[in-house]
Design a protein around this ligand. Structure first.
Ligand SMILES: C[S@@+](CC[C@H](N)C(=O)[O-])C[C@H]1O[C@@H](n2cnc3c(N)ncnc32)[C@H](O)[C@@H]1O
Length: 341
């Protein structure tokens, strides 16, 4: 289906409850010294939306200043004219209709023709760029994404694609704000959890990763998917590989994720069929939000486990059967949205 063109209707403090929520969530982040806070308006039209976030925080955040060291505000739109307007920061009275008089008088200059010019101090806090949510280009991870009244203009397939991208661009625990009419659209995404339906806000889910003894930590270099060579002798359980697995467990338990990851890779170099190492690397990758790599490792586990006798014990995890490992791994993959496991 062809993409429908959208209209750039917007105004300051549209859906005001979301700005109150943002303020509260940002205060919490600042309290725990999580800097910088990244806020992105995707489909920003003339910039009223992203400037509303800057004004909210500039006026109401208890931990000022709202400077570039601690905040990164970004606006993007696929319409170059909209981006040009946003950079200029000049608004009609119609765009200003949601802005309280006190705030308007503090941050805007009233021009002779009746328009309102936003102060340079505020303009300079935001970076704008042209970006089509439907093209494949990557975006830096964001803590808060506003993508409001954009999805409604997309056909269902594009909408699902954009929701999945927004999910991937969110930091762990990050929040996505949609238009009120769009709240139901993201409901099916397994990685997004509705915070409050009246708010049309979703939090990126953090996955439960503690099913098995090794904690979730840092990851590494991408691994190739497993290619099992049928001519290669069955090595699972080979002592050197198991020694690296044991070493990885110790590193992980000492909170040394990089080393744990290296040891797991060494174990797989010696024995690519060591399912436990794939399973654990999947956890480490997911802990780093490398969802595709986690999937790849867990699919390898599934491939390996299906070749084994279900009741037999898994080399490296003597208290776990292949059947159990298959169940755990399928559960992890289903959480990542895989339905065929
Ligand atoms: C109705 S406006 C909403 C503006 C603002 N988000 C708000 O809610 O007030 C929709 C904006 O989304 C932009 N847009 C539509 N499809 C887009 C896409 N695929 N990529 C980027 N921007 C898009 C349009 O150019 C337009 O400026």
């Amino acid at each position: 289906m062809d993409r429908l063109r959208s209209v750039g209707e917007t105004h300051f403090f549209r859906q005001p409850a979301q700005f109150d929520h943002l303020l509260h969530a940002v205060e919490q982040r600042l309290e725990s010294h999580r800097y910088p806070v990244r806020i992105w308006s995707a489909g920003c039209a003339n910039g009223a939306e992203i400037y509303s976030t800057v004004l909210t925080l500039s006026q109401r955040c208890s931990r000022r200043p709202i400077d570039r060291g601690r905040f990164a505000f970004t606006g993007s739109d696929f319409n170059a004219d909209a981006i040009e307007q946003a950079r200029r920061g000049r608004f009609t009275s119609w765009h200003m209709r949601g802005c309280a008089e006190r705030m308007r008088d503090q941050y805007f200059q009233h021009l002779a023709d009746g328009d309102w010019q936003l102060d340079r101090d505020i303009l300079e806090k935001v970076d704008f760029f042209c970006h089509d949510l439907l093209d494949g280009s990557e975006i830096e991870t964001q803590d808060f994404i506003f993508c409001r009244n954009v999805l409604i203009y997309l056909d269902p397939a594009s909408m699902a694609q954009v929701v999945d991208r927004l999910y991937r661009w969110l930091a762990p625990d990050g929040v996505l704000y949609l238009g009120y009419a769009e709240a139901v659209l993201a409901g099916d995404h397994p990685g997004l959890e509705l915070i409050d339906s009246s708010l049309a806000a979703y939090r990126r889910r953090t996955f439960e990763l503690t099913t098995l003894p090794v904690p979730v930590l840092l990851p590494p270099i991408p691994l190739e998917p497993l290619r099992i060579n049928p001519m290669r002798p069955q090595l699972a359980g080979r002592p050197e590989a198991l020694a690296f697995l044991e070493e990885a467990t110790q590193f992980a338990n000492n909170n040394q994720p990089r080393q744990a990851s290296q040891s797991l890779k060494k174990s797989l170099y010696l024995d690519p069929s060591l399912a436990v190492s794939h399973y654990q690397l999947g956890l480490l990758e997911l802990g780093e939000q490398k969802v595709d790599q986690a999937r790849r490792h867990w699919r390898n586990v599934i491939t390996l486990a299906r070749r084994q006798t279900p009741s037999e014990h898994v080399p490296g995890w003597e208290n776990c059967t292949w059947e159990q490992l298959l169940q755990w791994t399928s559960k992890q993959l289903r959480r990542l949205g895989e339905s065929d496991v």
